[in-house]
Design a protein around this ligand. Structure first.
Ligand code: HEC
Length: 128
């Protein structure tokens, strides 16, 4: 019966290891884009990056909608930004809130091409 127990312990260990591997950080099922939208405003990300992450002046807050970064890289950036953006520690914004924000930003539609924005086309046309 002793070997039976060891076999069972082995299976349980294997299952635990597989379980840990089967949860990539980009696919946390509990992350919520609706809560993320709220957090994006509450933590003032929207002040600089626009309510939909569309961005404004690059020096104030570039476009972050769709974030071409992995979740880990996104969180790492917010914790330690490269230049002007102020850093957010874990005590000011939790990883869970950032995961929701990430889900929200990833859910944004892609930017329109400038040719599909009539006002921009008007500005581009030579006057006269
Ligand atoms: C005071 C303005 C300001 C606030 C508030 C702010 N950011 Fe930024 N953010 C910036 C600026 C400016 C940059 C461009 C790089 C730099 O200067 O650090 C940036 C860059 C980023 C980038 C990197 C973009 C890329 O992929 O290169 C991410 C991601 C980001 N911000 C997310 C956030 C999130 C999430 C929040 C809220 C928790 C936030 N930011 C709050 C100004 C801001």
């Amino acid at each position: 019966m002793k070997t039976g127990l060891w076999t069972m312990a082995g299976w349980m260990l294997t299952a635990a290891m597989l379980g840990a591997q089967a949860a990539p950080r980009d696919a946390r099922p509990a992350s919520d884009p609706v809560k993320g939208r709220e957090a994006f405003v509450v933590y003032k990300c929207a002040w600089c990056h626009g309510t939909e992450g569309q961005g404004g002046l690059a020096t104030v807050g570039p476009r972050v909608a769709l974030v071409p970064r992995s979740l880990d890289s996104f969180i790492a950036y917010v914790r330690k930004p490269a230049a002007r953006m102020s850093a957010y520690s874990e005590t000011s914004v939790s990883d869970a809130a950032l995961e929701d924000i990430y889900a929200y930003l990833r859910a944004q539609p892609p930017a329109k091409a400038s040719k599909d924005i009539p006002l921009l086309e008007q500005l581009r046309k030579p006057k006269g």
